[in-house]
Design a protein. Sequence first.
Length: 497
Amino acid sequence: MKRALVSVYEKRGVESFVHGLLKEGWEVYSTGGTFSFLKGEGLNVKKLDKLTGFTELLGGRVKTLHPSVFAGILARRDVDKEEMEKLGLPLFDLVAVNLYPFGSGLLKGESEDELIEKIDIGGVALVRAAAKNFKWVTVVIHPDDYLPVLEEIQKYGDTTEETRRKLAAKAFSITSFYDAMIFSRFNEELFPFHINFPFTLYEKLRYGENPHQMGAFYVTPTSIWKEVEVLQGKKLSFNNIADISSAWELAMDFHEPFCAIIKHQNPCGAAIAETPKKAFINALSGDPQSAFGGIVVFNMEVDEETALEMKKMFLEVIVAPGFTKGSREVLSKKKNLRLVILPFERKDRYEGKIFEGALLLQERDAFTHEDMEINWVSKPADERKEDIYLGIRLAKALKSNSAVIVKDKKMIAGCGGQTSRVEAVRIACERAGEEAKGAVLVSDGFFPFPDSVEIAHFHGIEVVVAPGGSKRDPEVSERAKELELSFGFTARRHFRH
């Protein structure tokens, strides 16, 4: 006789599954709430304590942790059969278990004591035991697998080893994810010796960065992406998501009304203004050619006037904390345009890169008051402060080596991703053209030679800001004085490779 152990927190579909097993002549054991539920459905299941000789202990904390249970799951049919017969213990051919909902408790913000009670012990042990012995035992951990497993049993009398292997792999992925959620909640170290992130598939993408690459998007249970609303347009692509992430990171550094246009994860235009419409117009003026097909991000609600302005050009995505009814009506006419509502709050302290089985991890690089501390060699007028701080935040967002030019609270030009810092300055100044006169130039790293300030001066730049740290800082400072440039060193640098 085939035998199953069924002990589930989520009852969805379990009565139909057990009914099917019983109909196929299987014997089914169950525990606690599952037993009561199945008996209430009129199903002839057996209570597990009839096998173990123990009732549930400690208010249900202990009910399946017993040698009679685990021996029946872990027994190898070709090695342990004789021993099991001597002991008079039954074999289990299928274990259907799902775990206490620690994840949902985490999302609800439950207290530590409440979450501790949602840490499953017996369920995880049962799943791992059944998965380990997949050559003979089927482990079913998700209700979506009930029907295909039952259909296979109805066809063959049991599942195939190929199915059992696949279900075992799935079970181990779920238990490791479950433990990672617990770890993420209770870990207080920034860089512990072992680290686990509980990622779940958010969606499979049409392709990755290029059409010949497969792509997928994974998120953690507390990710801000769980709260994202895509109001209209095509599905987000791999590159859209990467650009949106960069846009969100930049916008998070601003408290004042702000708009930026992102292309290939770099801002090509940005501005601070009193209204979203003005912010967009000023951001667009920085580089309208590059803005074509870009991603626009606001840290304020988008209104109808702004929507009418954006409707004039081709954009891929607009990201904001909200859209008015009027703006949605205007933009709904552009069917392929994605409108994305994204909450502007930080939940994760990490950022990093994955490559070749390795994870490079660091704290998030956020703009702080320390970035506003500048050691001036020659100080500019106070009214240049907003341009300077805007420039620092934009240089931080551009790929290193970067240089950005700002004037009148808007990005005039920028250049990122250069192998030479002096080239970044030269290109940014050339892009700015006449607009460079009287502007602020900010670099994301120090100037190792005076040539960068000489180029800035040649193009009419009035204020230059760069991190200190070069051996030639005194030489660069002296040259800036000679050229009568306002020049200052920041205490922090912001490389973005």
